[in-house]
Design a protein around this ligand. Structure first.
Ligand SMILES: [Mn+2]
Length: 313
């Protein structure tokens, strides 16, 4: 897959050393239960990204100039446990290099590994989970590393906030914290969820975004589309506010299940990824260096991670 730079950006912005951003593709679809194809997600996403304008009107920025390193894809697929482990290690490796680490799946079980890595590295982590599905099963189909279990571990180890939920099993009620869950049917009639959710976040926020959180009218190409999802601008408004008010430490986007006859979903995913980067770096001129979260413990609580630069990995 790694035959080109992310979005076709010039080589000078794609080298690991100079890049503030790392993108890890994870083409994995081992545990999906209905429509297969999320393993083709990263390729379709990269393809669409290469056909996207790189100037963002809203933020008046060209975030690719911060540097985006396209990492080798994580292709381990011998078992659900093995992929989670490989994603955990790859994610952690790049966080330790002081990069802003992003991951594109693949199905949602890969997020068990990404969340574990960020939770290892950042104090007091909030996981903001956008999804149609609660994904809170402790195990499913014989494995705790199934896509239906994507945020069970996060529910036990982090401050988990769930947004857009409209499908779950009754058993998941025993795990769910309903005070920190924003159901789609309530969000549709009352927009107070935006501020309420942000108020519940700690400073360090990791975002895990399952593309099926969007309404199938704008995002049909997912493994398990559910009616009644979020639309484009309300999602961007929410995300922009999170990036402005919190220290977003990284994010993953999962569950693009591409369909050759329907390219707009691929493009939505590409644009969403680029928007999130644009929000993250909108205040940084391209020649300034990325202020890492690790180097300067005196900057205040927002910039402290558990990571000690003296540690050998
Ligand atoms: Mn989902």
């Amino acid at each position: 897959m790694k035959t080109k730079t992310y979005a076709g950006i010039p080589e000078q912005f794609s080298k690991l050393d100079q890049s503030k951003i790392v993108l890890i593709p994870v083409p994995y679809d081992g545990t999906s239960t209905w429509q297969k194809g999320a393993d083709k997600g990263p390729e379709a996403f990269l393809d669409a990204s290469a056909n996207m304008e790189l100037y963002d009107i809203e933020t008046d920025s060209e975030v690719y100039k911060q540097g985006v390193f396209l990492a080798d894809a994580v292709t381990q697929n011998t078992s659900p446990e093995a992929i989670v482990d490989a994603v955990h290690q790859a994610t952690k490796t790049f966080i330790k290099k002081n990069k802003f680490v992003t991951i594109f799946g693949g199905e949602h079980s890969v997020s068990i590994g990404t969340i574990r890595a960020f939770n290892d590295m950042f104090e007091d982590l909030t996981v903001l989970h956008l999804d149609a599905h609660a994904d809170l099963r402790e195990s499913y189909d014989g494995s705790p590393c199934n896509h239906a279990c994507a945020v069970y571990e996060a529910s036990q180890t982090t401050n988990l906030i769930q947004v857009g939920i409209r499908s779950m099993d009754a058993i998941e009620k025993t795990v769910m914290d309903t005070d920190k869950t924003y159901f789609a049917h309530q969000m549709a009639v009352d927009d107070s969820w935006v501020d309420a959710a942000i108020d519940q976040m700690t400073e360090n926020v990791f975002i895990t975004l399952d593309l099926d959180v969007f309404d199938p009218s704008i995002m049909p190409s997912t493994g398990t589309p559910e009616p009644g999802g979020l639309l484009w601008y309300e999602t961007l408004e929410f995300l922009k506010q999170v990036f402005e008010e919190k220290n977003v430490v990284g994010f993953d986007i999962v569950e693009l299940c591409p369909n050759k006859a329907e390219k707009s979903s691929d493009f939505l995913a590409a644009k969403l990824y680029y928007k999130m980067l644009s929000y993250k770096f909108k205040d940084e001129a391209s020649d300034e260096s990325f202020e890492s979260n690790f180097n300067d413990d005196n900057k205040g609580i927002t910039k402290i991670s558990k990571f000690n630069t003296q540690d050998d990995y």
